[in-house]
Design a protein around this ligand. Structure first.
Ligand code: ZN
Ligand code: ZN
Length: 262
């Protein structure tokens, strides 16, 4: 638990936040169907309230494929309009539309709703990890779910096929850092081993700098005439050596493509 009413759930996939209030339960992200069933069972032992709202920070399967476990028991499912578009595109391509519970509510730039004493607000600041990522702010508790806009000391997936953009991602993180304050607790979609799924503005700053460092490094390597194959052999990003996990090729390849490499 982060407060008496708000906690995180980790099993398999992107971090979930749940909010237990006297006016209903809200959940942010749903991992996979089994994980959501485990969460629903566990929360049922703590609260008799109904599930009022399920929010998806974005469409990726490790954040939204558990939605289906909330079918018939949740009041509304909410996400950014591009998250819904992306979820549909992927489900149609994978012939898995019957396994989806799509958002029935979407928004474009800002969405807020009061639930008991909490005010839950979603903010969309443009393309980042995809083109449909929201910051979800629990204002009273001052907790923000960043979804996959922040990978804490872990190399991120950059979904260019779903509109991701690393240069814009830096601006999105700056806008979030300006919107929230020094006391805000940030919850991250994923973290590297030994690092927490929650942190402070300092961790968000470090991840923003990491994205900048990846772009700067790849640009330098391009100018030095390196091939893509040579680039992908790199094991650390200069200036962001805390990022040591597998998967460094994904941001390198994304930056290469975004900077016009073939
Ligand atoms: Zn994720
Ligand atoms: Zn993701």
């Amino acid at each position: 638990m982060l407060t008496s009413e708000i906690g995180t759930f980790e099993e398999k996939g992107g971090t979930i936040i749940f909010f237990l209030s006297k006016k209903g339960i809200a959940v942010v992200d749903s991992q996979f169907p089994d994980q959501s069933k485990h969460l629903i069972d566990a929360l049922g032992k703590r609260s008799k309230e109904e599930f009022k709202l399920l929010i998806n920070t974005h469409h990726h399967g490790d954040h939204s494929s558990g939605n289906i476990s909330f079918k018939g028991i949740v009041g509304h499912v909410l996400a950014h309009e591009n998250s819904l578009k992306n979820q549909k595109n992927v489900a149609i391509a994978n012939k898995s539309e019957d396994k989806q519970l799509y958002p029935d509510q979407t928004y474009s730039t800002i969405w807020c709703q009061k639930v008991a004493k909490e005010n839950i607000c979603l903010y969309y600041y443009g393309a980042g990890h995809t083109d449909g990522d929201s910051f979800v702010h629990f204002e009273h508790a001052n907790i923000v779910h960043c979804g996959d806009l922040v990978f804490n000391r872990r190399h991120p997936f950059v979904d260019r096929g779903a509109g991701a953009n690393m240069k814009s991602w830096i601006e999105v993180l700056n806008k979030g850092l300006n919107k929230f304050d020094k006391k805000t607790t940030y919850v991250f979609g994923h973290s590297g081993s030994g690092y927490e799924i929650k942190g402070t503005a300092d961790d968000v700053n470090k991840f923003r700098d990491y994205i900048g460092n990846v772009l700067k490094f790849v640009e330098g390597e391009m100018k030095a005439g390196k091939t893509k194959e040579e680039l992908l052999k790199v094991t650390l990003i200069p200036g962001s050596e805390d990022w040591k996990t597998d998967g460094i090729q994904r941001p390198l390849e994304a930056a290469w493509g975004e900077l016009g490499g073939k």
